[in-house]
Design a protein around this ligand. Structure first.
Ligand code: AMP
Ligand code: MG
Length: 358
C-alpha cells in the first residue's frame, strides 16, 4: 500500500514525458483522492478542464460506493451477504455485486483455486480485516488447520438468479484481490462514456490506461518491491524497478507481499494467503501482470504470488495472462517474452530470466 508521500515521490501514474504531442487545446487534467485505503489518481486528456473534473468526480463517487459495497469486513452489500452465508440463509444480491461474484468464481476456477476469495475467514484470522497492519504471534495452527479443512470455495456458492447462498457456511467472501481491478475497468468505461478515451487511472500503484497521452504512450513505473524510501530521492523513476510504455486499453497490476503483512519479531507474514496451507505466501515478493482486463490482471497477480517462483507459468497459462514479471525474495526477476518486450529496468536486478509460458 502506498502512502501519500510514496505516491507523490514515485510519480506513479504521472506521465513522465513532457506534454508534447498533445493537441494544442488538450491537456492532462489530474486529480488525486484517497479511497480503497490508498491514494488514487485519475488523469484524462481533455480540452475542457471543468468538464473533465466533473467526469473525474463521477469516477471518484463510484470508487467510494464500490469501496463501501464490496468491502471485505466493513458494513456493506458484501458484508450483508457474508452474514447471510454464515447464518445458512440465501440473500438477494444487487446488480453491481452479482457479476463480480460470477467473475470471481470463474477466475478462481481458472487459477486452480490459488485465487480463492472464499477464504475471508482465514484472511481475518491472520488479522488482515483491519485498517491497521496486525502485529504479534501468528494465529494458532489448529485454528488455521480447521479453516483449511473446511475448504471454503467459490464453488460452494449457489446462484438462483440474483439470490445467492452457500452450501458451506465457512465461506466468507473477501474481494480484496479482485475488486480494485473491477473498479479500474469501470472507471475507464465511465470516462469513455463521457467522451474521455485517453485516460490513466491509478489505484495505489495498480494502473489501467486507455488511448494515449496525446499520441504518445502512457509511461508508467512499476514499483520496486523492496523500494526503500532512500532511493526515492534521486530521480523521477526512483523507487521503480522498471518502466513501461502502454497505450490502448491496458492494465498493469502488481501484487506484493511487502504491501501488508503481520509483523512478529523479525518475521513478516504477508496478507496473501495460500488457500492450500492457510499460510501467508512468502517466497515471491511481487507479481506484475499486464492485461487489457484489469480485473483479470488483478486476480492473476494475486494468484501468481501464491503459485510461487516455480509454478507460476502454469497458472499464468491457465488464467490467460502472457505478460508477467515475477520478483522472488532474492530479488531475482523472471519475466515472459511479452513483458520483456515492453519493459525497461530502471536498475539492473540481481538476475533476469525469460520464461516462455505459451
Ligand atoms: P492483492 O493486493 O490484489 O494481491 O490482494 C490481496 C488481498 O486479497 C488480501 O489483502 C486479501 O484480502 C485477499 N486475499 C489474500 N489471499 C488471497 C487468495 N489466496 N485468494 C484471493 N484473495 C486473497
Ligand atoms: Mg489482486
Amino acid at each position: 500500500m502506498l502512502n501519500r508521500r510514496d505516491f507523490m515521490k514515485l510519480g506513479l501514474g504521472a506521465c513522465l514525458l513532457p506534454a508534447v504531442g498533445c493537441s494544442r487545446a488538450e491537456a492532462v487534467v489530474s486529480e488525486t483522492m484517497y479511497v480503497f485505503g490508498t491514494l488514487v489518481g485519475v488523469d484524462v486528456l481533455a480540452s475542457d478542464k471543468a468538464a473533465a473534473r466533473a467526469a473525474i468526480a463521477d469516477v471518484s463517487h463510484a470508487f467510494t460506493r464500490q469501496n463501501r459495497d464490496w468491502h471485505a469486513w466493513k458494513p456493506g452489500a458484501l458484508g450483508d451477504l457474508n452474514r447471510a452465508i454464515a447464518a445458512g440463509r440465501t440473500h438477494e444480491v444487487d446488480d453491481d455485486l452479482l457479476p463480480l461474484l460470477h467473475q470471481a468464481r470463474d477466475l478462481a476456477r481458472a487459477s486452480g483455486g490459488l485465487f480463492n476469495p472464499a477464504i475471508g475467514r482465514l484472511v481475518g484470522l491472520w488479522g488482515f480485516h483491519n485498517d491497521e497492519m496486525p502485529v504479534g504471534t501468528p494465529p494458532h495452527a489448529d485454528a488455521v488447520a480447521e479453516l483449511v479443512a473446511a475448504a471454503p470455495s467459490m464453488d460452494d456458492l449457489v446462484f438462483d438468479g440474483s439470490r445467492v447462498g452457500s452450501r458451506n457456511p465457512q465461506v466468507q467472501l473477501d474481494l480484496g484481490g479482485h475488486a480494485k481491478g473491477v473498479a479500474l475497468n469501470q472507471a475507464l468505461d465511465r470516462l469513455a462514456t463521457r467522451g474521455y478515451a485517453d485516460a490513466l487511472v491509478n489505484l495505489g500503484g495498480n494502473l489501467a490506461v486507455s488511448g494515449t497521452r496525446g499520441g504518445r504512450p502512457w509511461r508508467i513505473g512499476v514499483r520496486h518491491p523492496q523500494g526503500g524510501h532512500s532511493d526515492l530521492r534521486h530521480s523521477q523513476n526512483g523507487g521503480a524497478i522498471a518502466s513501461l510504455e502502454v497505450s490502448g486499453r491496458m492494465a498493469v497490476v502488481t501484487s506484493g507481499t511487502y504491501e501488508r503483512y503481520r509483523q512478529h519479531g523479525d518475521r513478516r507474514y504477508p496478507h496473501i494467503i495460500d488457500p492450500r496451507s492457510g499460510q501467508p505466501a512468502t517466497h515471491v515478493v511481487s507479481a506484475t501482470v499486464l492485461h487489457p482486463d484489469a480485473a483479470r490482471a488483478d486476480v492473476a497477480a494475486t494468484a501468481l504470488v501464491v503459485a510461487g517462483a516455480e509454478a507460476w507459468p502454469e497458472v499464468a497459462r491457465s488464467m490467460g495472462v502472457s505478460e508477467v514479471m515475477l520478483v522472488d525474495e532474492a530479488g531475482r526477476v523472471q519475466l515472459t517474452p511479452g513483458m520483456a518486450a515492453k519493459l525497461e529496468f530502471v536498475a539492473p536486478p540481481a538476475s533476469v530470466t525469460t520464461v516462455e509460458i505459451a
